[in-house]
Design a protein around this ligand. Structure first.
Ligand code: SF4
Length: 423
């Protein structure tokens, strides 16, 4: 016999299931308020974020209670769902802090908590029994029997393990009533998602707390104990050492197959990634989902071209096509970076549109303005002024600038510059 709260939640889940005749959700990360607003503006249907209220170490990429209230108000105004990650595995002394946190969170009316620890789920059920529960990638859910376990315990959605193939996902979807969420873009682990102690051991930054510093991608050298100032290269081959380097996931070309398989929500990884990454991935995946939902054969090469313009490791489809074809291992340690994010468009009553500088650019440069809905336009910088009217030869990080922009420019648009060859 299921406890009452489980029965209530299961019934609620069945009523709120995303209908399969509805376009799947685009779920974007938000590391701060500006990224959240950008994710929404550039096409997110739902946003996930973390909180620093857990009595744990605060770091960039988390929201305070006050910011969560603002995030809720903003997403509500735009009809966007808001999920909070509570997917840490807690030690006994942390449960009391979780209980206090859940009491504080109740009035915010979040759309779901993302959890991994059954103890966290049980605590949520005690304090906030009606709140929807999504099962995190950290659980590594690989089969519908696992999904059934979580459903019976009150979950409404499950994140599919990145290790599943398309065929596995089809079989999984056919055998579960839960909403299915699938990562389609972002970093991959060489361990099962986040279940690795490398970052904890080297830096005290725990992957399980969303704080992985990704030391698996660092360049390592060998040091002999008595010669601490001498290091010896460990070279697998002429490209260096890349024993633990994983590629980045990019499934934009496989969205029709994933939709047909029954995925309800497409998730982009990267709460710690840049504003430019959030804008670019959101606008590409939103456009792709909209168009492919109407016509699954409507593949646009611009989607992949645009995704190539954010800093990334070599892209791959991970395990989607099966283990035989998987190439999650990158062959060198470098990020591919063809463009720099140089400015963010703002607006106020005194100055109209102005640009917040994020990177250096110069008078005479060709820049590109990007906006939601795949809008983009190249333009030449003929003159740059400060907001005080002084002419300057270059835009700098943290500067406030006036310059001529394409006519359709709006506050919230981003400006990028192609890197010269070899830079
Ligand atoms: S160190 Fe690498 S493999 Fe380990 S959790 Fe972080 S990203 Fe994943």
């Amino acid at each position: 016999m299921l406890p009452d709260f489980c029965l209530r939640t299961v019934e609620k889940n069945m009523n709120t299931m995303i209908g399969k005749n509805q376009r799947p959700e685009l779920l974007m990360p938000a590391g701060d308020m500006q990224k959240l607003m950008t994710a929404v503006r550039f096409g997110a249907d739902a946003v996930y974020l973390g909180t620093d209220l857990f009595g744990l170490r605060a770091h960039a990429g988390n929201f305070s209670l006050e910011q969560l209230h603002s995030a809720r108000a903003f997403t509500r105004r735009h009809g966007v769902a808001l999920y909070l990650t509570l997917n840490a595995s807690l030690r006994p002394f942390e449960i009391a802090a979780l209980e206090r946190l859940l009491e504080d969170l109740k009035p915010i009316d979040l759309d779901a908590y993302i959890i991994a620890d059954p103890g966290v789920l049980a605590t949520i059920r005690k304090i906030d029994p009606e709140r929807a529960i999504h099962i995190s990638t950290q659980v590594n859910s690989c089969n519908p029997q696992a999904a059934e376990f979580w459903r019976l315990n009150g979950a409404s959605r499950i994140n599919l393990a990145r290790e599943l193939s398309l065929e596995d996902i089809r079989d999984f979807a056919a055998a579960t009533e839960l909403e299915l969420e699938c990562f389609v873009h972002g970093a991959m682990c060489v361990a099962h998602s986040g279940r690795c102690l490398l970052s904890t051991a080297l830096l005290g930054r725990r992957a399980n707390r969303g704080d992985c510093a990704q030391p698996c991608r660092w360049n390592y050298a060998l040091v002999e104990e008595t010669r601490p100032n001498e290091s010896f290269a460990i070279e697998e081959d002429q490209r260096g050492t890349y024993l633990m380097n994983s590629r980045d996931l990019c499934l934009v070309e496989y969205l029709p197959q994933l939709m047909a398989a029954g995925v309800d929500s497409f998730k982009v990884e990267g709460r710690m990634k840049s504003l430019y990454y959030v804008a670019t991935t959101a606008r590409v995946y939103r456009d792709a989902l909209e168009r492919l939902w109407q016509d699954p054969s409507d593949q646009d090469p611009r989607w992949r071209e645009e995704l190539e313009k954010v800093s990334h490791r070599p892209y791959d489809s991970g395990f989607l096509l099966g283990y035989e074809d998987a190439k999650i291992h990158a062959q060198d340690t470098h990020y591919i970076r063809t463009h720099d994010f140089v400015g963010f468009v703002n607006e106020d009553d005194d100055h109209g549109l102005w640009v917040a500088g994020r990177n250096r650019f110069f008078v005479g440069d060709e820049l590109e303005l990007i906006g939601p809905g795949m809008r983009q336009q190249t333009f030449r910088v003929d003159e740059i002024q400060t907001l005080e009217g002084e002419r300057v030869p270059a835009g700098q990080p943290n500067s406030r600038l006036k310059m001529a922009l394409p006519q359709w420019a709006e506050a919230g648009d981003l400006i990028r510059r192609q890197r010269p060859e070899g830079e």
